[in-house]
Ligand binder design. Structure first.
Ligand SMILES: Nc1ncnc2c1ncn2[C@@H]1O[C@H](COP(=O)(O)OP(=O)(O)OP(=O)(O)O)[C@@H](O)[C@H]1O
Ligand SMILES: [Mg+2]
Length: 304
């Protein structure tokens, strides 16, 4: 759960040099050499590329949002918001933005490179395998992962930011240098994130998010609060533990979650099912907060 020294050096170096002002306007510093493209989804404005900073021989990521593919004013506003919000963040459990700008053609985000960016999607969505097998670190690793996600969420919520698109694809895993530590989980992709004021929430124009992770209260014109992220966290925690979301068992929001002993027996006295239930309350006001969840008994439990 500790940031490595390399990351800090790069942050200082890259912050000064990634995007420079040239005769042609803002451009990527030629000292950054393209290594490969790592993400492009058909029809989406987003391209994610891996670069190497040739001066310090360290990888960096550049995410580009192509303005030609931002069709509506709302999409353009979201891109501006993503840049503004991501720029303001600095926490070990948040993907670090080194530099960012808007040019005539695109929005550019220069970020730290997270090597295992597909870790969660591969494990859950592709292989459908839970994380808690002994050979893969067991319950302590699960705890470490969930602790990291909650620390990132606590930081966002303390800073009056709702992520609004928390899901496995937006959680990335960075190996750490100390061999006794589990990899660090980092929250990325602030493309839907919203700031909220002292009232504790914000109204959204449009329903947004990713299908099965969208909380029940997220609709066009809805008042939303940080509790939306806790709903997504609850679904993620359920999925990390047993490999599937409760919907698979025909569960509907508002109903009791079916914690069938076939999968949950070994967590009987850990508080884990209580934590998940506290996140998946239909009424957002009843959901546990990130700060409360960090003090939940799940983090004290030991399995024999
Ligand atoms: N800093 C990073 N290091 C490594 N991989 C990254 C990084 N940032 C993003 N990626 C990879 O690129 C993918 C897409 O990035 P991101 O989630 O920020 O874009 P997006 O807004 O979801 O794109 P889309 O609009 O197509 O859904 C991530 O799911 C991850 O696999
Ligand atoms: Mg994403």
């Amino acid at each position: 759960m500790v940031e490595d020294a390399n990351g800090t050096n790069l942050q200082n170096s890259a912050k000064r040099h990634c995007i420079i002002d040239s005769e042609d306007g803002l451009i990527i510093n030629p000292q950054l050499a393209l290594t490969k493209q790592i993400y492009k989804s058909f029809g989406s404005a987003t391209t994610v590329e891996l670069y190497n900073d040739t001066i310090i021989d360290t990888p960096v990521i550049i995410k580009r949002l192509d303005k030609k593919l931002l069709f509506t004013e709302a999409q353009n506003e979201s891109a501006k918001r993503e840049l503004e919000i991501h720029r303001s963040l600095n926490h070990p459990n948040i993907v670090q933005l080194y530099d960012g700008c808007e040019t005539n053609d695109e929005f550019l985000f220069v970020m730290e490179y997270i090597p295992r960016h597909d870790y969660f999607t591969e494990k859950i969505e592709v292989n459908n395998r839970p994380f808690n097998s002994k050979s893969d670190g067991g319950i302590d690793k699960l705890k470490s992962f969930t602790y990291d996600i909650l620390k990132g969420l606590e930081y966002l919520h303390d800073n009056h930011i709702i992520h609004l698109d928390l899901k496995p694809a937006n959680l990335m895993v960075k190996p750490v240098t100390q061999s006794n530590e589990y990899p660090l989980v980092k929250i990325g992709d602030f493309g839907l994130s919203r700031r909220f004021g002292e009232e504790g929430g914000v109204i959204i124009d449009q329903k947004c998010g990713t299908d099965k992770y969208i909380p029940p209260e997220v609709r066009s014109g809805a008042w939303i609060t940080p509790a939306v992220d806790m709903w997504c966290f609850g679904l993620i925690l359920h999925t990390l533990t047993v490999g599937f979301a409760p919907y698979v068992l025909k569960w509907n929001p508002g109903q009791e979650i079916p914690f069938n002993p076939r999968w949950w027996k070994k967590y009987k006295d850990t508080g884990l099912t209580d934590l998940i239930s506290s996140c998946l309350k239909l009424d957002p006001a009843e959901r546990i907060t990130a700060k409360e969840a960090l003090n939940h008994k799940w983090f004290d439990c030991r399995l024999g």
